[in-house]
Structures are given as structure tokens and as C-alpha cells.
Design a protein around this ligand. Structure first.
Ligand code: 6GU
Length: 225
């Protein structure tokens, strides 16, 4: 899969994909992330990409022309399955959306800044608008990194067996159960006996009950869905 990300602060996206599981995905050739600097596509002086909004009001708006230049230039090389605009007024990202997007070949993400992007670009180029939660970030880059991580780790071959995505929180509409590792007894705080029983059926039952209890207590909303 290829994920192209258009940004006015490309340096913000240097580190998130250079480590751990995202790095493994890249090294194995399963995920290619390209960060594109929007300023490379402006024809305005001093690499300008934003301007005052018509009608007045505080805050700048990202101009349509550099965005169209960038997207149309990228589209000469590949066809995108989705062109995603990261914005707080998009639909809230969740595991189901991550699962769906992980089945695509080519994604393009557009990171907004300032007051956002010219509405005409949204109308004519964007196929999906996604938010990562009900709070405002200073730009779409961190949100693009969140989506890319959530999608990338689902690609077949990225995770090994132990970290299989199938047992993640949310994957079965339940939060994950508690986990323990050595030592068995730390300052008198002992691990649940059942985990030492060797009885896999009993352990699975315990884990399911714990996951259910956690979900009821912490996130009853995801059970109701
Ligand atoms: Cl996608 N962008 C910005 N700027 N703020 C956000 C967001 C996105 N999702 C939540 N807050």
C-alpha cells in the first residue's frame, strides 16, 4: 500500500514512520509513505500557499491552486482509492474505518492548516473527510500520522503472531483484557491464578469476561453500537 501525505510542514511527519512497527512495514515493502511539501506546488511568490478569507474574518485559508497542482501532478503517477482531508469537521475515525482503508492500494491524505482549505477543493477533489476526535489540533499532520499507523499495522505481514491485530481492543467491539508478565509476584501483587492454570479454555473465558467487564465499565457506548 502507498500513502501519500500533502503537508505544509513535512518535517512533522519524518519521525512517526521511522521506528518500530511502521519502520518494519516500510522495510518489508508493505507500506510506502511519501510526504509531499505543498510549497513545491505553488506558483505564488515566496512559496505562498494561504490567503485571507473572502467575506472577512480571522485566520488564513489554504488556496485551491497549489492543492490542485499537487494532486493533479501526483495523479499522473497513480490512481487514488481515496483522497482524504484531515479535519475536525470530518467523521470520527474508528477501527472499522481503519479496517476498510487498510484494504485499499493508494491513499492520499491532505493536511489542513490555518482556518482550513478552500471549500471548492473539498467539493471537487476530496472523497472522505476524517477527524480523529472532538478537539482541535493545529494541523492535520498528527491526525494523518494516527491514520497511517492504525491502517499500516493492519496490512498482512506487518504484525507478527504475538501482536496480531485480531486481539486488539475494538477489533471485536470490546476493550482488551488485562495482561501480565514476569515476575509472578511483585511486592506481594500477584497475577491472577487462572493464568497459570494451563487450561486454555478457562483462560479464554476469563479474558473474555475481563474484556466484557472493562467495556461495560469504561466504554458502554461501544457495546450499544
Ligand atoms: Cl483531522 N485536524 C485538526 N486540525 N484537528 C483535529 C483533527 C484533524 N481531528 C481532531 N482534531
Amino acid at each position: 500500500m502507498t500513502i501519500d501525505i500533502i503537508s505544509v510542514v513535512p518535517d512533522l511527519l519524518k519521525s512517526p514512520f521511522a521506528h518500530s512497527i511502521m519502520k518494519r512495514a516500510a522495510d518489508k515493502g508493505l507500506l510506502t509513505v511519501n510526504v509531499i511539501n505543498l510549497r513545491d506546488y505553488t506558483t505564488y511568490a515566496r512559496a505562498q500557499v494561504d490567503d485571507y478569507q473572502f467575506g472577512g474574518g480571522a485566520g488564513m485559508v489554504m488556496m485551491i491552486e497549489p492543492l490542485v497542482n499537487a494532486v493533479e501532478s501526483l495523479q499522473k503517477e497513480k490512481q487514488y482509492d481515496e483522497i482524504i482531508y484531515l479535519t475536525p469537521d470530518g467523521g470520527t475515525f474508528n477501527q472499522k474505518m481503519a479496517n476498510t482503508l487498510s484494504l485499499k492500494n493508494n491513499l492520499l491524505m491532505i493536511c489542513g492548516h490555518y482556518k482550513g482549505i478552500d471549500q471548492r477543493f473539498r467539493d471537487h477533489f476530496i472523497t472522505k473527510e476524517i477527524s480523529i476526535g472532538d478537539y482541535v489540533l493545529s494541523g492535520g499532520e498528527l491526525a494523518a500520522a494516527v491514520l497511517t499507523d492504525a491502517i499500516g499495522r493492519l496490512l498482512p505481514g506487518v504484525l507478527n503472531d504475538e501482536s496480531s491485530a485480531l486481539t486488539d481492543s475494538f477489533q471485536d467491539n470490546l476493550l482488551a483484557p488485562p495482561v501480565y508478565t514476569r515476575p509472578e509476584n511483585f511486592r506481594g501483587w500477584k497475577i491472577p491464578e487462572v493464568l497459570k492454570s494451563g487450561n486454555h479454555k478457562l483462560i479464554e473465558e476469563w479474558r473474555h469476561n475481563q474484556a466484557m467487564e472493562r467495556t461495560v465499565l469504561r466504554r458502554p457506548d461501544i457495546l450499544e453500537q
